[in-house]
Design a protein around this ligand. Structure first.
Ligand code: HDD
Length: 701
């Protein structure tokens, strides 16, 4: 569904394929109208079914064939259309790709977010990397930036990809566990393949538990190359930065969300777009002149390394806005086919061996997934640029070529389609030489320094989460030898980390480790300079009969005005009657919801309502759990009593003057008496995302 004024070129192109079935007659695939579809054609009411029932056979046959192979990785995903616009022509000095340099140009895009390990029907919130794949339908052809929400990958050479994926996927004998890395084979692989360690640090961090697809960074990961009009190259790393900031769930919450709403991230993306709260990211670039290729203490071609932002700044160059949900999940989100080798003039590859393997793998996988070589004809994959070539035939050929030739050169069709036209893609001319050799470059062999850099850059809360994650994951590994080998590797990242992990998983703590280089990169932390915003945050406002209606209405209106999404959660569905006798609609019934589905909770005043909530185990659990997960909690008037019963251990107001303690915001005033400062303070607490200074019993770690 589109929500923004002008329609883009891709949206208009899709009109050709959109089918509305409203007010239509039921037909077969051949267009023959069907009279009746509830009974098959039989010889007598209780007799055998007849072969000649072409409708039943066609209907069942089509059904039998409606599944296609799911993606071998990134099977579970959600996607949306949008637009990309460059801020200015600054990048024009480095690339001829006009969609990156012409601020007057709006480029349609489709973005698909995904988890990696789980199958199509798994939950959204396991501990996992998230895919962030963008197809730019540029005027010069499709450009795909197939990235992740981590800037580094687990392996350095694509030939190891099948090994890595087999290790992280469920165990081969019993296909357990689904969508989880906490099992023997993954950690066995990690312990034997130290190049994984840097990405493993990211996987154990909060980055692996995004609160929302709208609140995570994206990275192109590899070093790519921009190419200018004269054919000169510049190395580039691509970054997506979400305007809402980077925020995560806590681990216990993520686990519970897997049950209470397995579609949590998918739903969040869909609802935000439907509500017109369009998710936005800035595209940023880190540029490195070719002359500086060897200036770093790592190899730019090594995808397990990042360029610290403090060393090379990220320059914002444009903005991505997702503004339209797909019309059909299968046709669009499932059938979209990304490919790292889909590049346009001005963008080229490097010799990163991981990237080179990807440039083979993505095209190859679509052949089995989408059943043949014509998947580019599918509506979601079709470029808005014109397509002309001599490729012919194949399964599901959609184009009716009228030309009398399908080869080049030809004299019959005027040599068309003709190669070499203006703006043709020309590969970057790179001089290469070397012996044919199957060997890892020496420059790729420091596996630990950047894992240490990441660890050193964490705030104490983030570090605590990493330790807890390692303890959880290794705690699920049945082979103690594997646990010990992982700890032995962590010793080379940081001795303190290794010791803390060892202590939790019952293996001997190492006494010595490699010296820690002491360097850090604050940009790697999510908490050092967070983007604070109330926008789109979901707030549960608990209500029961006798609630302070004017206070509740004021709170809800205030949150909406600030862009938050408040929902009145009643003990049951329907309406609650306020103390003053007004009817207030309930948005959600408590038994269908859980605090883990909200960013914050508020308990309004009204003595009878507070008494009812205070007697209800679910309501008390809701408040206590939100508190335990360090979320913003607010209460006013008699609502404060509910906090008391739920054992919310923070200072509470005794008068109208608001009290803010550990992210808990209270005022004893109700209705019109409620001070504005209370509303402001609650909004501030929500914008903090979590009250990280609130003590926890370890559950929020
Ligand atoms: Fe991959 C899918 C991201 C390495 C082979 N990959 C896939 C998707 C994303 C990534 C986001 C989902 C695309 C979609 O939504 O349809 N992959 C990455 C990143 C990597 C990476 C950021 C490292 C920097 N991938 C990688 C390697 C190989 C593959 C080294 C193989 C040698 N990836 C695939 C694949 C998939 C895929 C098997 C599965 C479905 C698909 O391609 O279309 O070809």
């Amino acid at each position: 569904m589109a929500h923004e004024g002008a329609r883009d070129r891709k949206d208009e192109q899709l009109d050709r394929d959109r089918i509305a079935d409203d007010d239509t007659a039921l037909t077969t695939q051949q267009g023959v109208r069907v009279a009746h579809t509830d009974d098959s054609l039989k010889a007598g009411g209780r007799g055998p079914t007849l072969m000649e029932d072409f409708h039943a056979r066609e209907k069942i046959t089509h059904f039998d064939h409606e599944r296609i192979p799911e993606r071998v990785v990134h099977a579970r995903g959600a996607g949306a259309y949008g637009v990309f616009r460059a801020y200015d022509d600054w990048l024009g000095k480095f690339t001829t790709a006009s969609f990156l340099t012409d601020p007057a140009e709006t480029t349609p895009v489709f973005v698909r977010f995904s988890t990696v390990a789980g199958s199509r029907g798994s939950a959204d919130t396991p501990r996992d990397v998230r895919g962030f794949a963008t197809k730019f339908y540029t005027r010069e052809g499709n450009y795909d930036l197939v990235g992740n929400n981590f800037p580094v990958f687990f392996i350095q050479d694509g030939v190891k990809f099948p090994d890595f994926v087999h290790a992280v996927k469920p165990e081969p004998r019993n296909e357990i566990p689904q969508a989880a890395s906490a099992h023997d084979t993954l950690w066995d692989f990690v312990s034997l393949q130290p190049e994984t360690l840097h990405a493993i640090m990211w996987l154990m961090s909060d980055r692996a538990l995004p609160r929302s697809y709208r609140m995570m960074q994206g990275f192109g990961v590899h070093t790519f190359r921009l190419v200018d009009a004269a054919g000169h190259g510049t190395f580039v790393k691509f970054h997506w930065k979400p305007l809402l900031g980077v925020h995560s769930l806590v681990w216990e919450e993520a686990q519970k969300v897997s049950g209470t709403d397995p579609d949590f991230n998918r739903r969040d993306l869909w609802e935000a777009i439907e509500a017109g709260q369009f998710p936005e990211w800035e595209l940023g670039v880190q540029l490195v002149p070719e002359a500086d290729e060897f200036k770093f203490d790592f190899d730019l071609l090594d995808a397990t390394k990042l360029i610290p932002e403090e060393e090379v700044a990220v320059r914002p160059v444009g903005r991505l806005t997702l503004n339209r949900n797909p019309d059909n999940f299968f046709a669009e989100t499932e059938q979209i086919a990304f490919h790292t080798a889909n590049v346009v003039p001005g963008i080229d590859f490097t010799n990163d061996p991981l990237l080179q393997a990807r440039n083979f793998s993505y095209l190859d996988t679509q052949l089995i997934r989408l059943g043949g070589p014509n998947f580019a004809h599918l509506p979601v994959n079709r470029p808005v640029a014109e397509v002309h070539n001599d490729q012919r035939d194949g399964f599901s050929q959609h184009r009716v070529h009228t030309s009398g030739t399908s080869y080049n050169k030809n004299s019959i069709s005027g040599d068309a389609p003709t190669p070499g036209a203006e703006r043709s893609y020309r590969h970057y001319t790179e001089k290469v030489e070397g012996a044919k050799i199957r060997q890892r470059s020496e420059s790729f062999k420091d596996f630990y320094s950047q894992a240490t850099l990441f660890w050193n850059s964490m705030t104490p809360v983030e570090a605590e989460h990493i330790v807890a994650a390692f303890r959880f994951e290794l705690g699920k590994v049945t082979d103690k030898g594997i646990r010990a080998r992982v700890v032995d590797q962590l010793r080379l990242v940081d001795l303190g980390l290794a010791q803390r992990v060892a202590e939790g998983v019952g293996v001997p703590a190492p006494a010595e480790g490699a010296p820690n280089h002491g360097r850090s990169s604050p940009a790697l932390s999510q908490l050092i300079a967070p983007v604070r915003s109330v926008a789109t945050r979901k707030v549960a406002v608990l209500a029961a009969d006798g609630v302070d209606g004017s206070g509740l209405t004021r709170l809800v209106a205030d949150l909406r005005r600030r862009g938050a999404v408040p929902e009145v959660v009643g003990l049951t569905d329907g309406i609650v009657r306020s103390a003053a006798g007004e009817d207030i609609s309930v948005d959600r019934a408590l038994p269908t919801m859980a605090s883990v589905l909200y960013d914050a909770v508020a308990v309004p005043g009204g003595a009878d309502a507070a008494a009812a909530l205070g007697r209800d185990g679910r309501a008390l659990h809701f408040v206590a759990e939100a508190f335990k997960h360090r979320k913003a909690v607010a209460a006013f008037g008699a609502g404060i009593d509910v906090l008391e019963i739920a054992r919310v251990d923070a200072d509470r107001a005794e008068g109208a003057e608001p009290v803010v303690d550990l992210g808990v915001v209270t005022t004893a005033a109700e209705g019109g008496e409620m001070p504005d400062a209370f509303l402001d303070a609650f909004a501030e607490a929500i914008a903090d995302h979590r009250a990280w200074n609130r003590p926890t019993d370890g559950v929020a770690a």
